[in-house]
Ligand binder design. Structure first.
Ligand code: ZN
Length: 202
């Protein structure tokens, strides 16, 4: 699974975007759903595919811990190559364009779009191999110095963690807005049903 990176002393895990992957996937899926719902896909399926895509690249941690013995950074696996996700997104877009029934291709689109989003979020504070597998050079927007132990304290106490907090707050805002809308539409439907049954009774 690993194609780049030398075998070296054990790497620590690199889940450097700690809490924002799922909320970011929720934001993108929520904002995109109104644009694609005419394809007949349910909101629940769309959100599930979107949220799964948002965290899917980090499933390589299973390989990292269980098979690779932490010998290579998990960002050096294919599952963390932006080009892989970009290619999958383009294939999904082509499928969406060509398919007569669009439901599955729409789910593939949101899954791969959020997988690519994962790369951008990881890039904020950790190494991402943007040009891999062609160029073995990692890039990172900022470098977080390792001052504290355990390692994840360095990220929680860094100002870049503010980006994660902002993403989480926006996701909570959208979620509460959706719950309010759903409650309102349910109570309006209830009122309509009551009105109809009153008319029928009279
Ligand atoms: Zn990741």
């Amino acid at each position: 699974m690993t194609v780049i990176g030398r075998r070296s002393p054990k790497h620590k895990s690199e889940i450097l975007m700690i809490i924002a992957h799922l909320p970011a996937g929720y934001i993108v899926s929520t904002l995109l759903f109104p644009r694609i719902q005419h394809h007949g896909v349910s909101r629940l399926s769309f959100m599930r595919a979107g949220l799964f895509g948002a965290v899917a690249p980090d499933l390589d941690m299973i390989y990292f811990y269980c098979f690779d013995d932490r010998a290579h950074p998990h960002h050096s696996y294919y599952s963390h190559f932006p080009m892989v996700w970009l290619l999958l997104l383009m294939l999904s877009a082509f499928w969406l364009h060509a398919a007569k029934r669009k439901e599955l291709s729409v789910l593939a689109m949101i899954f791969t779009a959020n997988g690519l989003l994962h790369m951008f979020l990881d890039f904020i504070a950790s190494n991402i191999y943007w040009l891999a597998p062609f160029v073995n050079k990692p890039f990172s927007l900022i470098t977080v110095s390792r001052v504290y132990e355990p390692w994840w304290l360095n990220f929680i106490l860094h100002r870049a963690f503010g980006v994660e907090i902002a993403i989480v707050i926006l996701a909570i805002y959208l979620w509460r807005r959706d719950v309010r809308r759903e409650t309102l539409s349910l109570s309006l439907n209830g009122c309509c049903m009551l009105g109809m049954s009153d008319k029928t009774a009279s």
